[in-house]
Design a protein. Structure first.
Lengths: 77, 449
């Protein structure tokens, strides 16, 4: 398999894997935040803030994969 | 008028020279920027030494030992400076050095003119009504335009034959460049905006070519201008019972101020609210601009997001230096070693902290760019999914499948603007001396990337 064909297979699969990974991560973050809000509704604002920050960090990994895909897309033969 | 005036001149010309040197180094050549900076630095040091000499010779404590020593030191410094100037003249471009040398003097003349002009009766009459002032500005700009056009015309006439010869020689290269430009155009397909439509209608008009080249800049500056206008109109005539615009602006400002003060604490918060709030509003406006038909969101270009992230990076480091001092900043970078184990871990912690600092702008810019750009691509993909050609006609019908995703785009635009500004505020918080209460959670969040 040459380089271009490998990219043609690898990029979509890779971005899908990245999306699965950060989907699992986001699910865990949301789960934890919802439980915390359920236990302590008065701390909602603080928990939401921390949740958004960590969700942004988890989501960034997919975005990196996406940017890599955009950069390498022109190389697919 | 006096020493305080000179100090103001010094700080202004330092800023002007720094910006000019950076612009030269970026757009012309690094050595040109260096020459400009060296010229300006030479001139500033020269001025400072002269001032020191004059103060030492004419001050109240002249003829005492310290004043004499100061005068001798100033003279020695001037001699060393002249030697350095000779050395620079042999190494760097004399014209740029002279321009850099002239910057403080130009600033001084302009400041003196302003000092003379501002209290005068003519100036007061001119600025009494905004209409007269605006008319004066328009007249001034028109005059500059005419003068600059005439000067450029003369230079153009002289350079014409030369450029013609160059064009004949570089013909093949120009074709090559044009073709690669076309290839770049056909990269990611986006929704058409005003500028691309204009470019398609008139591909060879120079103004349209300029706009097309600086499309992102045009949009981002336009949005900045729009926000300035809104802010001006909202705060122009504040009322006790606010109108709708003032009410909305006050609500936004209050909400942002409360939010960021809540993160940064009441001690540091109010100082950074203007910066963080501006960042939020500006990024939000840029993200949402892509949803308006025939407009484009500048944040879907990596250039804009990198610029924003670099601003945040430089500002956070500046705040760190300002608050902690050089030693405190180094201590912070080394992970604040207080125990033997802490000192033992410094070789490990220092690279980690430095890499963490450098990763911040990269992750900030890539996150914003990736989200906004991906959202645009998603909309385009769904919009172009069902385009059906009607049989026997030249028309085609598109089913707007991308409408549901506008809601998603709205949500993620707000979220990304919020994430950018929240992360910025947390980077600032990590830089500030945090003695009042621990921020262990945020510290861990920062190490996570």
């Amino acid at each position: 398999m040459d380089f271009h064909a490998a990219l043609g297979w690898g990029l979509p699969v890779g971005i899908g894997l990245a999306a699965i990974g950060s989907g699992i991560g986001l699910g865990g973050i949301g789960n934890g935040a919802m439980q915390a809000i359920g236990r302590q509704p008065e701390a909602t604002a603080k928990i939401q803030l921390a949740m958004i920050i960590i969700a942004a960090l988890a989501e960034a990994l997919t975005i990196y994969a996406f940017v890599t895909m955009i950069l390498l897309r022109g190389q697919i033969g | 008028m006096g020493l305080e005036f000179l100090a103001r001149v010094r700080s202004s010309s330092l800023w002007v020279a720094t910006v000019a040197a950076l612009v030269m180094a970026t757009y012309a050549a690094p050595l040109a920027g260096l020459a400009l900076a060296a010229g300006a630095a030479w001139s500033l040091i020269n001025l400072a030494l002269l001032q020191g000499l004059i103060v030492a010779l004419t001050g109240a404590d002249r003829r005492t030992m310290p004043a004499t020593w100061r005068a001798i030191a100033a003279i020695g410094g001037l001699l060393a400076l002249f030697a350095a100037g000779w050395l620079m003249l042999t190494r760097l471009s004399p014209a740029l050095l002279a321009i850099g040398f002239g910057i403080p003097f130009v600033v001084m003349v302009l400041k003196a003119t302003a000092l003379l002009l501002l209290p005068s009766a003519a100036w007061r009459r001119l600025t009494k009504s905004p209409w007269i002032a605006a008319a004066a500005v328009v007249v001034l700009i028109a005059g500059l335009w005419v003068v600059a056009g005439r000067a450029a015309g003369e230079r153009h006439g002289a350079a014409h034959t030369e450029s013609l010869a160059g064009a004949v020689r570089g013909g093949a290269g120009a074709h090559e460049a044009a073709r690669s430009g076309e290839a770049e155009e056909s990269g990611p397909q986006k929704f058409p905006n005003v500028i691309t439509v204009l470019h398609r209608l008139a591909p060879h008009a120079p103004l349209v070519g300029f706009l097309h080249h600086y499309e992102v800049l045009v949009f981002s500056l336009g949005i900045a201008l729009l926000l300035c206008l809104v802010a001006w109109f909202a705060s122009r005539n504040p009322q006790m019972i606010p109108g709708p615009l003032q009410n909305g602006a006050e609500m936004a400002v209050e909400a942002l101020s409360d939010f960021f003060t809540g993160i940064l604490g009441p001690r540091h918060g109010p100082r950074f609210v203007p910066f963080l709030g501006t960042l939020f509003i500006y990024i939000l406006a840029m993200n949402l601009f892509g949803l308006i038909p025939l407009m484009d969101s500048p944040t879907s270009s990596l250039n804009v997001t990198v610029a924003l992230a670099l601003i945040v990076f430089v500002y956070a480091q500046y705040v760190g230096f300002r608050e902690l001092g050089l030693l405190g900043w180094l201590d912070h970078m080394a992970g604040s070693p207080r125990t033997a184990i802490g000192w033992f871990l410094v070789p490990l912690m220092l690279p980690i902290h430095i890499m963490g600092e450098l990763a911040k702008p990269i992750s900030l810019s890539c996150r914003l760019f990736g989200n906004v750009f991906g959202e645009d691509m998603l909309l385009v993909a769904f919009a172009s999914m069902v385009v059906v050609g009607v049989p026997f006609t030249r028309f085609s019908i598109g089913i707007p499948l991308h409408f549901p995703f506008f809601a998603l785009a709205l949500l993620s635009s707000v979220l990304q603007a919020g994430v950018f500004s929240i992360l910025t505020s947390i980077y600032l918080l990590l830089m500030l001396p945090h003695d009042d209460h621990g921020h262990e959670g945020e510290a861990h969040a920062q190490h996570a990337h």
